[in-house]
Design a protein around this ligand. Structure first.
Ligand SMILES: *[C@@H]1O[C@H](CO)[C@@H](O)[C@H](O)[C@H]1NC(C)=O
Ligand SMILES: [Cu+2]
Length: 217
């Protein structure tokens, strides 16, 4: 027991020095750390079935919900560069009430952007970046949402690492789009080829980002 504790403390100490956090929301022409549910640590979530896949492990409550018009830029800044190779995606989750009071449960989520790979040479397109952003599809219905970013480190074959943050937004001037929605967890399976792939050998010649298709309205 004692030995195991020492080992896990060593593992935590080691992991705390690496990794990264999506700490800042980019929304339209502004940015906000206050709208982000800040993760407690920069360690990844490592289970495809955990509720922590929604918005990370016990994140600090956000103190703001930022209004942003449909069609505007939405994204996150990282406190580092994306040095763990893997795919990334941005999801919107429609809050049943206020974004601040929603835990992200239910089939309310849809993907609005993803970053996959290029080939010959094989490379994830987000590698080395410190900010990922897209635009909110202009016919997304107005209302309060959680916007969620994930980047999945695939550098340890067979043990994907999710780096996740959520932020609270209020989409204004939207439309009547009706994207298909998924639950988190449930939106990806641990056996998804996009998670189980060995990115070193044999070098992949195709790659599909896990999760639902991107909805652009
Ligand atoms: C969201 O935007 C609408 C339309 O501008 C506004 O009436 C509402 O108060 C906003 N809610 C929040 C939480 O900002
Ligand atoms: Cu790391």
């Amino acid at each position: 027991m004692k030995f195991a504790t020492v080992l896990s403390l060593a593992a935590i100490a080691q992991s705390a020095s690496a990794h990264y956090i999506w700490y800042n929301l980019i929304a339209g022409g502004t940015s906000s750390t206050a709208a982000v549910r800040k993760p407690l640590s920069n360690s990844p979530v490592e289970s495809a079935t955990s509720a922590n896949l929604r918005c990370n492990v016990n994140p600090t409550a956000a103190s703001a919900t930022v209004s942003v018009s449909a069609g505007s830029t939405i994204g996150f800044q990282l406190d580092n560069t994306l040095y763990h190779q893997g795919p990334a995606a941005i999801y919107l989750g429609k809050a049943p009430g206020s974004a601040a009071s929603w835990d992200g449960s239910g089939a309310n989520w849809f993907k609005i952007a993803e970053w996959g790979a290029t080939f010959n040479p094989f490379k994830f397109t987000s590698e080395g970046l410190s900010q990922l952003s897209t635009t909110i599809p202009s016919n997304t219905p107005s209302g309060e949402y959680l916007v969620r970013i994930e980047q999945i480190g695939l550098h340890v074959a067979g043990a994907p690492q999710w780096y996740i943050s959520c932020a609270q937004i209020n989409i204004t001037g939207g439309g009547s789009g009706n994207p298909a929605k998924v639950s988190i967890p449930g939106y990806v399976s641990a056996s998804d080829a996009g998670l189980t792939v060995n990115i070193y050998y044999p070098v992949p010649t195709s790659y599909r980002v896990p999760g639902p298709a991107v909805w652009r309205g």
